[in-house]
Design a protein around this ligand. Structure first.
Ligand code: F0G
Length: 458
């Protein structure tokens, strides 16, 4: 008999989680104004809100923490982190930051000015936020296939070269501080960018004299997909693929809370000393001194170890096979989600799932609430609430697809938990035709409203 697949780790420490009753959940979510961010974590059984900062560290990471050097300047933990980035990604210059958006804030303070254009593949919200905050514009050049969940394309994070070239051709290079390539592309479903696409983007950037930034939160998961889906790389190690990917980037920002497998941390890496030096000024102002930038020595040690672990094939295979395990069950049940499965979660197509709920009543949020009430599972809406209102017309911006994202934390849940998630969703799917109405907004903030919005059931 062929031996089945099993994770390449065993569990050394556990944390209790609590089941609840449907009646309790109905009351809790009502009290939370139908906003899942307002729930207490103890009111959630399986928490798939995010894979960011929610992973389980290894024994080696915990032991590295004990060796953290907490010196204000010149800590050995800083050099360990710096050398790891040099070894894995190849960059000579680097600054630690407390998380990914802080890295964006520091780097964009140097590079982005009013009126600039930043083409890329479905920029993440905080990236877009930091661009728009500086009165510049993020231009989405993702391939069209990414906007149809049923098309099975191996690299739905790819940049459409025609869309990109038209931005580069029609605008002076001085207005384009960089092209932003998000690996993997979170907003399109944790979808990877192929090595070929990375090279093609690089060649276009060279032609027009423009730099490239990698938003690298999930770079290791991207490398895994290159290995298993791009035949040229099937015999390369993940570390070799990572090194090759980053040859085509001038800068990298990273939220280490994802593929660094830590609870907090981030960094910026540069190939250019001049930009690095300019950024140090902002880093000192916003984050902390050059050699800690908002991170403790112990946390820098843990990221250095985490980066080494996340760039191992066995780890990535265990992780992404778990996402596939959930995806296969949903697919067999006829539930539509972004296909093929992404690196860090399943993105359910809520328009298809709840086709009777009007788009003005927040379809994906309605599905997120139904799944919570059904099984105590917390996902996150990536739909109209997240998209915010148009800054000029103040009208709702309706995305092409309303997603319910189920992000899977790293090394945290077992496949039994995935079975509960699948069963919970199937139960909601079975009664989907009875769900005809959604929610209306009682209170909302001007921007980033989904974190604090208050809703009422219609
Ligand atoms: N870039 C990407 C692609 C991200 O997914 C995130 C965060 C960030 C930048 C910002 O990093 O949170 O450390 O400041 N994504 C989280 C998520 C929040 O749930 O997808 P951060």
């Amino acid at each position: 008999m062929k031996l089945p697949f099993a994770e390449s780790y065993k569990i050394k420490m556990v944390e209790s989680i609590k089941r609840s009753t449907r009646e309790e959940r109905e009351e809790w979510i009502k009290k939370a104004n139908y906003n899942l961010f307002n729930l207490k974590s103890e009111q959630v059984f399986i928490d798939l809100l995010t894979d960011s900062g929610t992973g389980a560290m290894s024994d080696k990471q915990w032991s590295a923490m004990m060796l953290g050097d907490e010196s204000y300047a010149g800590a050995s933990s800083y050099y360990l982190f710096k050398n790891t980035i040099k070894k894995l990604l190849g960059f000579d210059y680097f600054l630690p930051t407390h998380q990914g958006r802080a890295a964006e804030n520091v780097l964009f303070s140097v590079l982005v000015k009013e009126g600039d254009l930043i083409p890329g593949n479905s920029h993440f919200d905080t990236t877009k936020g930091h661009i728009e905050f500086r009165k510049a514009s993020a231009i989405d050049c993702t391939i069209d296939e990414a906007f149809d969940t049923e098309i099975d394309h191996p690299f739905k994070g790819n940049i459409d070269l025609n869309k990109l070239e038209s931005v580069l051709k029609n605008n002076p290079a001085s207005k384009i501080p960089f092209i932003c390539v998000t690996v993997t592309c979170n907003s399109s479903g944790g979808q990877p960018v192929s090595m070929q696409n990375i090279k093609d983007v690089y060649n276009l950037a060279q032609k027009y004299g423009v730099k490239i930034l990698f938003d690298s939160a999930r770079f290791a998961e991207n490398a895994y997909f290159i290995k298993v889906r791009e035949s040229e790389f099937k015999n390369h190690s993940i570390k070799e693929i990572v090194k090759e990917m980053f040859k085509y980037a001038n800068y990298a920002t990273m939220s280490s809370k994802k593929d660094g497998i830590v609870n907090m941390g981030g960094f910026i890496a540069f190939d250019n000393e001049e930009i690095f030096k300019k950024a140090t000024v902002f880093n000192i102002m916003f984050e902390g001194y050059i050699t800690y930038g908002g991170m403790s020595g112990r946390d820098m040690n843990a990221v250095a170890q985490g980066l080494n672990e996340s760039t191992e094939f066995d780890y990535l295979e265990s992780r992404i096979k778990q996402v596939e395990y959930l995806g296969n069950q949903l697919e067999n049940y006829g539930i539509h989600f972004q296909k093929p499965v992404g690196g860090h979660g399943i993105y359910i197509n809520a328009n298809h799932f709840l086709s009777k709920v009007p788009k003005e009543q927040y379809i994906a949020q309605t599905l997120a609430i139904e799944l919570y009430i059904e099984a105590g599972i917390r996902g996150v809406e990536i739909g109209t609430l997240l998209a915010d209102r148009d800054p000029v017309t103040r009208k709702n911006r309706f995305p092409v697809i309303e997603y319910l994202r189920l992000a899977i934390p790293r090394r945290v849940y077992t496949n039994n938990h995935m079975d509960v998630v699948a069963a919970g969703l199937m139960n909601v799917f079975d009664r989907r035709d009875k769900i005809m109405t959604g929610y209306k907004i009682l209170k909302e903030a001007d921007i980033m409203r989904h974190f604090t919005v208050e809703l009422e059931k219609i």
